[in-house]
Design a binder for this molecule. Structure first.
Ligand code: ADP
Length: 303
């Protein structure tokens, strides 16, 4: 009997070993299956993301084309109004009341011309013109422009010392335009808050995101961006301002991509907004496009 029992026990052991091996293989297969399932889900999401971005680009291109067409049509009569206003100004030199009205017409023409220029800029694909440039020079120029656009509003612009250290090869004019838009927005957002206390403040800071990318941040002490609007602020023509065009950030987004980089919006822990422009330190002919911030929520939204 005991021999038979031993025999059974050994067989049982063998069987147990086989079952254990079988379970092991099954577990491995299950893990492989789960991993594959996860990979497929990930790829599906990636595909959906790319498709959404593609649709967004197509819509933007169509919108840009249409807007540029309208802007072109507006540009000529606008130059006519500007010309007639200047003729009137000449003829009305001795009539101050009427001269005041002409000045108002000219001011409105300026505003319209800025809008038309924004629309044309937005609608036109740009090929960068890269050259060596010091980041600090571009930032200073943008700050000067933004400050002049803010006119009498008292805004303190502060440029971090570290901005001095960056030498880039990029399109300085495009970068300046993007930074100016961010600075004007930051200043506009911080003025009402600044009036309430502490003064309106805007900071520009920079750091090397990776060895070949530079992050330029524009921060303000305004109210920040309401979370429910985060998804929409980069969309062309989205604005919460009475006299806004909603093109400022769309242009920044377009420029960031043109320079091979990206832009991201967030709120600062201590209040206010922070926009981070991430661009290659050296622009390359066919940049692979940046995926660091790519398709973040605020950019993914399809019009
Ligand atoms: P516009 O300035 O003509 O409104 P933009 O595209 O530049 O157009 O900005 C879109 C919207 O994003 C603004 O109307 C505002 O609601 C929001 N926004 C932009 N910058 C800031 C900021 N620094 N702080 C808070 N909100 C901002």
């Amino acid at each position: 009997m005991s021999v038979g029992t031993m025999h059974v026990t050994e067989r049982e052991k063998e069987l147990a070993a086989i079952i254990a091996a079988y379970n092991e293989v099954t577990d491995q297969l299950k893990r492989a299956h789960d991993n594959l399932g996860q990979e497929v889900r990930h790829l599906r999401e990636e595909l959906a993301r790319k498709n959404a971005e593609l649709r967004r680009r197509e819509r933007l291109a169509a919108l840009g084309e249409m807007a540029a067409g309208v802007a072109h049509e507006i540009r000529n009569p606008l130059s006519g109004i500007r010309l007639f206003a200047s003729l009137l100004r000449r003829d009305l030199q001795d009539r101050p009341a009427e001269l005041g009205t002409v000045a108002k017409i000219s001011k409105c023409v300026n505003v319209l011309e800025e809008i038309v220029s924004d629309i044309l800029h937005f609608g036109r694909p740009t090929t960068p013109n890269p050259a060596p440039v010091r980041l600090e020079a571009v930032v200073r120029q943008a700050v000067e422009l933004a400050a002049s656009r803010m006119q009498e509003a008292a805004v303190r612009f502060e440029v971090g010392d570290e901005v001095n250290g960056f030498e880039l090869v990029t399109d300085a004019a495009l970068l300046e335009r993007a930074l100016t838009n961010l600075l004007v927005n930051a200043a506009e957002a911080s003025v009402p808050v600044g009036v309430a206390g502490g003064g309106a403040r805007v900071w520009v800071r920079a750091d090397r995101n990776t060895t070949d990318r530079v992050a330029v941040r524009v921060e303000d002490n305004g109210p920040g961006i309401p979370p429910e609007l985060m998804d929409r602020i980069f969309n062309p023509f989205f604005t919460t301002k009475d006299n806004g065009t909603g093109l400022g950030l769309a242009i920044v987004h377009q420029i960031a991509e043109t320079l091979g980089g990206s832009v991201r919006a967030a709120n600062r822990a201590g209040g206010g907004a922070v926009f981070t422009l991430l661009i290659p330190a050296r622009y390359e002919e066919s940049p692979a496009g940046s995926e660091e911030f790519a398709l973040g929520q605020s950019r993914e939204e399809v019009l």
